[in-house]
Design a protein around this ligand. Sequence first.
Ligand code: PLP
Length: 468
Amino acid sequence: MTNNQKLLTSLPAVDEILKSGQGTAWQQSFPRHHVLRAIRDVIERYRRSILGDELQDFSQDVLFADIQTQIARLSEFSLKPVINATGVVMHTNLGRSVLSEEILERVKNVACNYCNLEYDTEQGVRGKRYSHIQKLLRELTGAEAGLVVNNNAAAVLVCLSALAKGKEVIVSRGELVEIGGSFRIPDVMSSSGAILKEVGTTNKTHFDDYERAINENTALLMKVHQSNFKMTGFTQSVRVEELVVLGKKHTIPVMFDLGSGCLVDLKSLKIQYEPAVQDIVQAGTDIITFSGDKLLGGPQGGMIVGNSQLIDLIAKNPLMRAVRIDKLTLAALEAVLTLYQDEVNVRTHIPTLSMLFQDIEKIKERAETIALQLKSDPELSQKDAVMADVIKDVSQSGGGALPGVEFQTFAVALKPINISVNLLEERIRRGNPPVIARIKEDALLIDARTVRDKEIRMLVNAVTAALV
Ligand SMILES: *Cc1c(COP(=O)(O)O)cnc(C)c1O
């Protein structure tokens, strides 16, 4: 017998592994079909390696460890936590806003029990799901009425459909924005059945441009927050206050797609041009829409606030059923909005806000902790595997909000000695949990702004595992 033949016959049979002590233990902790699949996968892999002369010997222990790893991989969920080391707080691809445990308690309580989602327990009759946050929206924004739907894109769509189907909506050419994915104002407009009436130029739109475009078929004057870009230089736009004056004169409602929708005053943080929702309401805007998971820091959702007659019209639109919010989201949203009632503590209780506006010294400390733990890891220091220096950098808010605002930050710049930066990036990204970081010049940057203290140990382990 050749060595290969000997090796092949020494591979245990699937049944034999299943019946072994280890096999029985696996079947108690994992679904049987995963265990079976994993054993077959690993044995097949070994068989091919032996036939290809790539495996000269193997031990039972290593074989079993490989099966164990494969079972774990098969049993993993597809949607799972990652460590966000990009510094981008509202990273749309990484789930935008993070919710706190406090919020999750509320969700759990509602999700694991029957609830009064659409039932009025006072009257014993059918209720409305929006009713649970209407009072909060009124109190927090100052608007007469409020609604909530699946996301802000849906909010814009349903408002346009309810208020302007078959009619014209006047928008400045400087505000015909695209917000990642497939949300583009002209496309949403046509999907809703409204007719887009563009006015002005890319860089300048005047009051008169709007006024000249008004005719008997005009349903709305619309403003759109530029969200993810900023225009500088020879520019002009019409303030919402002025549009309100124009709207009043011609009895045409004004709608503002605010995008992010911030409920805290950012002026104290020297962020001048992100208006608070309250200010836009105060200006007399008839309908305002904004996201739940951008600067608000809540779950995905789309708020619609404004004039109560218009809100009633929107609530009756048939699209509302297609874009309605689910009960888990609603529970989270009510909890988040409740936190906003406490103006003093809101910035520390909502992770999005606390990450964006955290003290720069705290970020520096965290970066130093990460660097120190990496440097003092015995495995890494022995092998002289990486340089880890704390550097100053800037992070972005992400989520199509606060463009041009630079958030000072600190990052750990990793320069591996024995492998390329690209390979290090790939390894930690494919690890468990995945770590998402960005490459800048010849280093992999771990931005400490978005790494939470409880993640530091896991992060350090992930980098160590990728290097040794
Ligand atoms: C982000 C954004 C949207 C889309 O909001 P979602 O909640 O992601 O659907 C729409 N309009 C503007 C101006 C935005 O910034």
